[in-house]
Design a protein around this ligand. Structure first.
Ligand code: 5GP
Ligand code: MG
Length: 199
């Protein structure tokens, strides 16, 4: 049993300045994206018998992927990857290091349509490198799906094919998005209080 006092000091919601998207808002956003994806790939998958692969970028996309695939009414495969930029800190252009989970060969499948699923596109640096690596792989198509987009912060041009919602230039957490690996388990999305990361 957690005491009321412990509950109070441990509540993640106490660290949130304002709620941007409630659980209900997120459900509507995810349904909209799933519908767009289903309509776009319907013929390719059901008539032309092409593969559809949902490729989630960990860890941030885990909640989004989980809810999204439940709403896509098509046969599909689910794979996950880690993408991390490395290289010298003073350089803005690092290589992108990609690690794919269980079945990396699916990305080279000439019959596969890949949808990379991200939590949020910010500067766009990581994703633009990721997309160029993926486009060299010889699959049928590569598309980008992101739950959120912060267009004000973009430094490289990148097209999001399936977008959930635009967000203002604020640091947001919840529904997969973290600060210092925390808050990913919150069912809603909010702006983190500045005092949490400025201390
Ligand atoms: P970029 O587009 O700059 O290469 O990197 C995007 C990544 O930065 C996202 O996948 C996410 O991990 C992180 N990020 C960007 N903006 C936010 C934000 O507002 N909140 C959180 N939690 N992560 C963010
Ligand atoms: Mg990320």
């Amino acid at each position: 049993m957690i005491s009321d006092n412990a509950k109070k000091t441990n509540s993640l919601a106490d660290d949130i300045e304002s709620v941007l998207f409630t659980e209900q808002d997120l459900d509507g956003i995810v349904s909209k994206v799933a519908k767009e994806i289903t309509e776009h790939y319907y013929e390719k998958v059901l008539v032309n018998k092409e593969k559809l692969v949902i490729l989630g970028v960990l860890n941030g996309s885990f909640q989004f992927v989980s809810d999204l695939v439940k709403k896509i009414d098509l046969p599909l495969e689910i794979e996950f990857m880690f993408a991390s930029s490395y290289g010298k800190k003073t350089k803005s252009t690092g290589e992108v290091n990609i690690q794919v989970g269980k079945n990396p060969e699916v990305l080279d499948d000439p019959n596969a349509n890949i949808i990379i699923v991200e939590d949020i596109v910010d500067s766009g640096n990581t994703l633009s490198k990721l997309m160029s690596v993926m486009r060299d792989k010889g699959n049928k198509s590569v598309a980008l799906c992101s739950l959120f987009d912060k267009p004000e912060r973009r430094t490289v041009e990148i097209d999001v094919d399936f977008l959930g919602a635009k967000v203002p230039d604020e640091f947001i957490v919840g529904y997969g998005l973290d600060y210092d690996e925390k808050y990913r388990n919150m069912p809603f999305v909010g702006v983190l209080k500045r005092e949490i990361y400025e201390n």
